[in-house]
Each structure stands twice: as C-alpha cells, then as structure tokens.
Design a protein. Structure first.
Length: 303
C-alpha cells in the first residue's frame, strides 16, 4: 500500500467513526422517545416529561458541574429564555406524541429550526427548500384532506415544540457563547424548576411507582446523557455541513423507531410529507453559507 492510499484510508476511517457515532446518537434519541411513549399509560405524557427532565438534569449537572459557570447580565437573560424554551420544547413534544406517530411529530418539530434557517436565506434557490417544506407540511398536517390522517391538536403541539426549538437555538447561541455544552446543564436546571412540578401536577398516579424509576432512568440516559455526549464527539470531528445533513435523517429514523418499537405505521401521504421535510432540511444545510455558531438539529447546541 502506498503512502497516499494509506492517508486516504486513514482519513476515511476518521470520517466514518464520527458518522457512526452520530447515527448511534440519533438512534438513542429516538429509541428513548419510543420507550418514553410506551410509558404514557402508566405515568402520562407529562409525568414522563417530568421524570426525563428531572433525571436528565441531575445527570448533566454531575457531568458539567454548572454551578462553576459565570454568566454576564446579558447571558443570564438569554439563559432564562434558553431554559424555558428547552423545557417547553420537551413538554410539548411529549404531549404531541400521545396522538401523533413519532416520525410525523419529529418531522413537524423539525420545521422550527428549518424555518429559522430558511428565513435567513437570500438566494432564489433557497425557495426550492421552502417549497419542499411547505409541501411536506401539506401532506403531514390535516389540511386539505381527511382529518383522520393526523390528530390536529397533536400536530399543533409538535409545531409548537418546533417553535420552541427555534427560540432555543437563538437563545442558546447567546447564552452558551463562552461555556459551550456546559450551558445545556444550566438551561436544563431552569427547565426542570418550571416543568418538573408542572409535569408531576398533571401526571397519572402511576408516576409514584418505584418500578417506573429504572425505566425512567433509561429514558433519561437514552434521550439526554448518551446522545448529548455522542453528538458532541461527532460535532468536533465532522464539518458543520456534514453534521447538519446527517441530522436531517432524524425524522426518518423516528418513523422507523415508531414502527419497530411501537407498532406505528404511516400511510403513503405521511411518508411523502416526511421525505419532503427531510429533503428540505438536508438541502437547506448543503446550500447554506458558513456562518457563526450553529445548532445541531437534534436540539443540542452545536458549539
């Protein structure tokens, strides 16, 4: 083997590993969401949100030790919005998947960061992705066809989670400018202070069963601790454009997770809508101009 071919092989392996790590992170997130949804009959969507957010916050705090961080007055204001958006995003998303298939909910939630990216576009070619996104929404939302396709309230909650995701991105870029991923822990504490008591207040009685705690711990690890860590590993080793393009696959992975673990199925119209959202997100990432801080489409800050 020549030196040049050895270099090519080494570069390929260095690129392949973070890609695999990122795919594992996405699988973990969607597997955690599927596991969480399976617990809704026991503790309710709000109860599982409270458990996931509470346990996840404890794990993140142990890892990042946010009490050591110092924020300026401007950063503290952004941090409050960041934490509130983080909590509301999780709360609304879990409420949405009570009645909406996991893949559809994730695709609808993706419209938040996708809209944020497209609103900043100035080129005529970007309207292709706008058109694809609108077409995807038309096929996914109960507009212009039978309301039996998607629950209207569940769809609205998923879109609301996407709007919170967009706020999360904007506030997170300001709040986390100096502290990187450790900002997630502080934001999670703010979210937990508000949404854990709220989730417990509306939870089903089963939330107090001790047998639920190990499964809730698994949800927190799969949905929070593990993917946060893996995504940060991938993010530091992949170009931002590659990272964003790969993350565009998440709605499809969510749909597969729902099919495998929850027995959910999508009709042809929903698959077309999901595909349009995936293509719009990937296309927007591939054709975007490099800018400052970015945020991973999974909802985690891309520092």
């Amino acid at each position: 083997m020549s030196f040049r071919s050895f270099q090519t092989t080494l570069t390929s392996s260095q690129t392949l590993l973070p890609v695999i790590v990122l795919l594992v992170a996405m699988t973990s997130i969607q597997g955690g969401a599927a596991l969480a949804k399976s617990l809704f009959p026991s503790a309710g969507a709000t109860g599982i949100t409270a458990l996931r957010l509470g346990i996840g916050t404890l794990i993140l705090s142990l890892i990042f030790k946010p009490w050591r961080l110092r924020f300026t007055a401007q950063q503290r204001k952004a941090l409050i919005f960041y934490g509130l958006a983080l909590g509301a995003m999780n709360y609304l998303f879990y409420l949405s998947i009570r009645t909406v298939p996991l893949g559809v909910a994730v695709a609808l939630e993706f419209t938040g960061p996708l809209s944020l990216a497209l609103f900043g576009s100035r080129r005529a070619s970007d309207f292709i992705w706008v058109l694809l996104a609108v077409l995807g929404l038309w096929w996914l939302l109960p507009l212009g066809h039978s309301l039996s396709h998607v629950d209207p309230l569940g769809a609205a909650l998923a879109v609301g989670a996407g709007a919170c995701w967009a706020i999360y991105i904007l506030a997170g870029q300001r709040a986390g400018a100096d502290h990187g991923p450790a900002t997630v822990a502080m934001g999670s504490i703010i979210a937990a202070v508000i949404f854990v008591p709220l989730g417990v207040a509306f939870a089903a009685e089963g939330i107090w069963q001790l047998s639920l705690l190990p499964i809730a711990l698994a949800v927190a690890i799969l949905s929070t601790a593990l993917p946060y860590s893996l995504e940060m590993v991938a993010l530091t080793r992949l170009p931002a454009r590659t990272f964003g393009t790969l993350m565009s696959l998440e709605p499809a992975m969510a749909a597969l997770s729902g099919m495998l673990f929850l027995g959910e199925s999508l009709n042809l119209m929903q698959w077309l809508g999901l595909l349009a959202i995936v293509l719009a997100s990937a296309g927007s990432t591939l054709t975007s101009r490099p800018r400052g801080a970015s945020v991973a489409p999974s909802g985690e800050p891309a520092e």
